[in-house]
Design a binder for this molecule. Structure first.
Ligand SMILES: NC(=O)C1=CN([C@@H]2O[C@H](COP(=O)(O)OP(=O)(O)OC[C@H]3O[C@@H](n4cnc5c(N)ncnc54)[C@H](OP(=O)(O)O)[C@@H]3O)[C@@H](O)[C@H]2O)C=CC1
Ligand SMILES: CC(=O)[C@@H](O)[C@H](O)COP(=O)(O)O
Ligand SMILES: [Mn+2]
Length: 390
C-alpha cells in the first residue's frame, strides 16, 4: 500500500465482534482505508449507523424482511442496498474493492470468499470455517489467482508476523497457544452440568457467541489447527497446541535451526485486524501496551484431550483429510447452536460431532459440490441426533 492510495475494503459481517472492531480500525486511519461494502445478517440498526458513518458504496442485509428499513435510511444518501445472502457473494466482486475482510461466522463465509478470490481480491481472513471446510480448494484457487490470504485470527496472525522476513526459511513446526477456555482444568463430571452462561464467559477475549462456545469446548483450537495447515502449508505432525491461560503469547514458530519466534501482546483483536488490513505496513496505534510487571508469570500446560474431546476430533479429521473437516465443522455449528438454545448439554456437543464424523459419507478428494452436499448431510445427521436426545 502506498501512502497516497487508500485501500478499498469490504467488511463482511460488519455488525459482529470482528466486524465492529474492524470498523473501529478503519475509522482510526481515514487516510489509509475506504470502506466499499458493509454486510450483516439481521442487525439493520447497526448496519444503518455504520453506513451513515462510513459512507460505503453498498450494503447488504441478508434478512430480506429488513430490506425496506435499510433502503429507506440509506438510499437518500446514495448508498446501494441489497438483500439476501446471495448478494454478498456478488458484491465482493465489485471492481472498486481491493480487499475483503471475511468476518461473518460459520459456513456462510465459504461462497463469498471463493467469489472474492475468483475476482482477484486480497482476503483478510477471520472466518476460519472457510479454510476448515474447504482449505484445499481455497488455497489452490488463491494460488491460481495470485491472491494473498492474510490471517486475522490472533494465533495465525502471530505466526504470520513471525514469518515476515522468513518466508524462504522452512518451518519445523508451529505451536498454537490456547487459553484453555473457562473450563480449563475441569473434569468431565463438572462439564456435564455447565450452563451456557458459564460457557460464554471467556477468560480473556470478548467474542461472538459461536466462537466463545468453541473456545470452551476447545473446538476453536481444533478449527485453528486445520486453519493453520492450509494457511502455512503444514503437515499434521508440524502443528502443536499448548495451553497458555494468559493469552499473551499468541503463537510461535519453530525453525529448522531450533529457534523459536513468538508474537506477544495484550489480547486485543484490533491489532491482528489492523495488521491484516494494513499489511505490509504496521500502522502506528495507541492501543494499550503490554507491561511485564502486570504478568509476573506466563504459564503453559498440555491440553487435556480426553476431557475436551473436540480438539482430538479435529486432529482426527485433519489426519483423515478429504471432507472430514467439513463434517466436523457442520456438526459443530449445529451442536453449538443447539447448546446455545438449551437443547443439548455441553458434553453432547462432542458426542454429536463424533457420531457425524463416523456416519457421514467420506469423500477423499471433494469438489465444491461435494462440500455443499457434505455440509447438508452432516447438518441433517446432527439435527436428527439432537432430536433423539430430547
Ligand atoms: N470474535 C473474535 O475475536 C474472533 C473471531 N474469529 C472468527 O471471525 C468470525 C466472526 O466471529 P465474530 O465476529 O466473533 O462473530 P459474531 O457472531 O460476533 O458476528 C458475526 C457477523 O456475521 C454476520 N452473520 C452471521 N451469520 C451470518 C450469515 N449466515 N450470513 C451472513 N452474515 C452472517 C452477523 O450479523 P448479525 O450481527 O446480524 O448477527 C455478524 O455481522 C468467525 O468465523 C470467528 O471464528 C476469529 C478470531 C477471533
Ligand atoms: C481471539 C482469537 O483469536 C480467538 O480465536 C481466541 O484464540 C480464542 O481463544 P482460545 O480458543 O485460545 O480460548
Ligand atoms: Mn484464535
Amino acid at each position: 500500500m502506498t501512502e497516497h492510495k487508500k485501500r478499498h475494503i469490504a467488511i463482511l459481517g460488519s455488525t459482529g465482534s470482528i466486524g465492529t472492531q474492524a470498523v473501529e480500525v478503519v475509522k482510526a486511519y481515514p487516510d489509509q482505508f475506504q470502506v466499499e461494502v458493509l454486510t450483516t445478517n439481521n442487525n439493520s440498526e447497526l448496519l444503518i449507523q455504520q453506513a451513515v458513518d462510513l459512507k460505503p458504496n453498498v450494503v447488504v442485509i441478508c434478512n430480506e424482511d429488513r430490506y425496506d428499513q435499510v433502503f429507506s435510511a440509506l438510499d437518500p444518501l446514495g448508498i446501494k442496498v441489497y438483500a439476501g445472502a446471495k448478494s454478498i457473494a456478488s458484491v465482493v466482486q465489485m471492481d472498486t474493492i481491493d480487499m475483503v475482510l471475511t468476518a461473518m461466522v460459520g459456513y456462510a463465509g465459504l461462497l463469498p470468499t471463493i467469489k472474492a478470490i475468483e475476482a482477484g481480491k486480497s482476503i483478510a481472513l477471520a472466518n476460519k470455517e472457510t479454510l476448515v471446510v474447504a482449505g484445499e480448494i481455497i488455497t489452490r484457487l488463491a494460488a491460481q489467482k495470485g491472491v494473498n490470504i492474510y490471517p486475522v485470527d490472533s494465533e495465525h496472525s502471530a505466526i504470520f508476523q513471525c514469518l515476515v522476513g522468513e518466508f524462504h526459511n522452512p518451518i519445523e513446526k508451529i505451536i498454537l497457544t490456547a487459553s484453555g477456555g473457562p473450563f480449563r482444568g475441569r473434569s468431565r463430571e463438572f462439564l456435564a452440568n455447565v450452563t451456557k452462561a458459564q460457557a460464554l464467559k471467556h477468560p480473556n477475549w470478548t467474542m461472538g457467541a459461536k466462537i466463545t462456545i468453541d473456545s470452551a469446548t476447545l473446538m476453536n483450537k481444533g478449527l485453528e489447527v486445520i486453519e493453520a495447515k492450509w494457511l502455512f502449508g503444514l503437515r499434521p505432525g508440524q502443528i502443536d497446541v499448548v495451553v497458555h491461560p494468559q493469552s499473551i503469547i499468541h503463537s510461535l514458530v519453530q525453525f529448522e535451526d531450533g529457534s523459536l519466534k513468538a508474537q506477544m501482546g495484550l489480547p486485543d483483536m484490533r491489532l491482528p485486524i489492523q495488521f491484516a488490513l494494513g499489511y505490509p505496513n504496521r500502522l502506528k496505534s495507541d492501543l494499550p501496551r503490554f507491561n511485564f510487571m502486570d504478568y509476573p508469570s506466563l504459564t503453559f500446560e498440555q491440553p487435556d484431550l480426553d476431557t475436551f474431546r473436540n480438539l482430538q476430533l479435529a486432529f482426527d479429521a485433519l489426519e483423515k483429510g478429504g471432507n472430514a473437516p467439513c463434517i466436523i465443522n457442520a456438526a459443530n455449528e449445529v451442536a453449538v447452536d443447539a447448546f446455545l438454545h438449551d437443547r443439548i448439554t455441553f458434553l453432547e456437543i462432542s458426542e454429536i460431532i463424533e457420531a457425524c464424523l463416523s456416519k457421514t459419507a467420506f469423500v477423499q478428494h471433494p469438489t465444491y459440490d461435494d462440500y455443499v452436499r457434505t455440509d447438508e448431510a452432516a447438518r441433517q445427521l446432527a439435527t436428527e441426533r439432537i432430536k433423539s436426545f430430547v
